[in-house]
Design a binder for this molecule. Structure first.
Ligand code: SF4
Length: 362
């Protein structure tokens, strides 16, 4: 493949890298392997700044919240984005504060449990990093926005905060069976946090003042079946990703260049289309810039002590005195060989489990 020398192999995979690869191997190559894209993605930066500010707003400290936003956002108001700027951020954060203060929130944010994992670029102190051994040569890694306890039941939940121009049933439906929601739930459970699922909180980004004051949330329960489906998808996708890497060939999925082929409706075209229309993509590399969003780096490497915890997919610990798990019921995702790895499994002797036995994916 022309230009493969620009590719950097991965020390880990994340859900966003898997999702990119699943859409188009070549898109993954450009975006994560070579690390180039069109200009800085202003929407991602806005979301990152809001993430940093939200915990302060939750605890009704708007001064600290605005300061946290400004620290990440810096001088990007110069982009003159009418939806994403300091003023719209202040409206969003104020609305979030008002809808969560004085026990109005259905959850209470919690500080994450101590861990040997550290984030190289932490956005907020409520983030939870995780590392999972899913039986590949490299681990699955991720960072969860936050977790919380339910105000009325005390149940633990994950929290995912999403800024979006659309706040609708269609928007929230997108998280019902979603790799990020399910994968993060698995990551939390495998690290000893028995969450029920994920509360997805939508924060509307708008140029209209009345619209900016919209914060909505929906809980997504994550079942054992969803976790099993996620694991199979993640393992197969990563398998093909690594095979492409070994073959030094990332094919173009030309059905993914615009939404029309796959979804039957027009929409935004892939940002890499100009490169894919040429026979030598490197001739157009100069039109793109290095991405501001590097992939995960496992800084501690092999010095990390493996977290040898076995958990069921619904977060219940498996007591050592219990009989061995039925191999046909267990997804034993590799030995705990990787640094900081966690063995995730589903348990045949889990009284809450109602699924049928399944074989481990190859
Ligand atoms: S333009 Fe099409 S083939 Fe090229 S990276 Fe994008 S989706 Fe893949």
């Amino acid at each position: 493949m022309i230009g493969f020398e620009h590719y950097s192999p991965f020390p880990a995979i994340s859900i966003s890298t898997l999702t990119a690869f699943a859409r188009c191997p070549r898109k993954f190559f450009y975006s994560f392997g070579v690390g180039i894209g069109k200009e800085e993605h202003i929407a991602l930066k806005f979301g990152e700044a809001i993430h940093a500010a939200l915990p302060h707003a939750f605890y009704a400290d708007l001064v600290a919240s605005f300061a946290a936003f400004d620290h990440v956002w810096e001088d990007r108001d110069s982009f003159a984005d009418e939806k994403r700027n300091k003023m719209s951020a202040r409206l969003i954060l104020t609305d979030y504060m008002q809808s969560h203060a004085s026990n109005r929130s259905i959850y209470k944010l919690l500080k994450p449990p101590s861990t040997t994992l550290r984030l190289s670029k932490s956005i907020s102190e409520y983030e939870i990093p995780f590392v999972l051994d899913i039986g590949l040569s490299i681990p699955l890694v991720g960072r969860i926005d936050a977790h919380s306890s339910h105000r009325d039941t005390g149940e633990l939940w994950l929290n995912e905060f999403k800024t979006s121009s659309e706040m609708s049933t269609r928007f929230f439906d997108g998280f019902q069976l979603n790799p990020q929601v399910v994968g993060y739930t698995l990551g939390a459970r495998a690290h000893g946090i028995p969450v029920k699922g994920c509360i997805v909180e939508g924060l509307k980004v708008s140029s209209a003042k009345k619209d900016a004051q919209m914060t909505q949330s929906t809980p997504v329960f994550v079942t054992d079946q969803m976790v099993e489906d996620f694991l199979i998808w993640a393992k197969y996708t990563a398998f093909f990703m690594l095979a492409c890497q070994d073959a030094k060939e990332f094919p173009k999925d030309i059905s993914a260049c615009t939404p029309y082929s796959q979804f039957g409706m027009p929409g935004y075209q892939c940002e890499y289309l100009p490169m894919c229309l040429t026979s030598d993509w490197t001739s157009m590399k100069g039109m793109y810039t290095p991405k501001d969003y590097p992939t995960f780096r496992l800084l501690n490497g092999p010095k990390l002590k493996p977290a040898l915890t076995e958990v069921t997919t619904n977060g219940l610990p498996i007591h050592p005195a219990q009989p061995p798990l039925n191999p046909s019921r267990t997804i034993r995702i590799g030995a705990a060989a990787g640094a900081g790895s966690v063995v995730a499994s589903t348990a045949a002797n889990d009284p809450q489990s109602t699924q049928q036995p399944m074989q481990s994916p190859p």
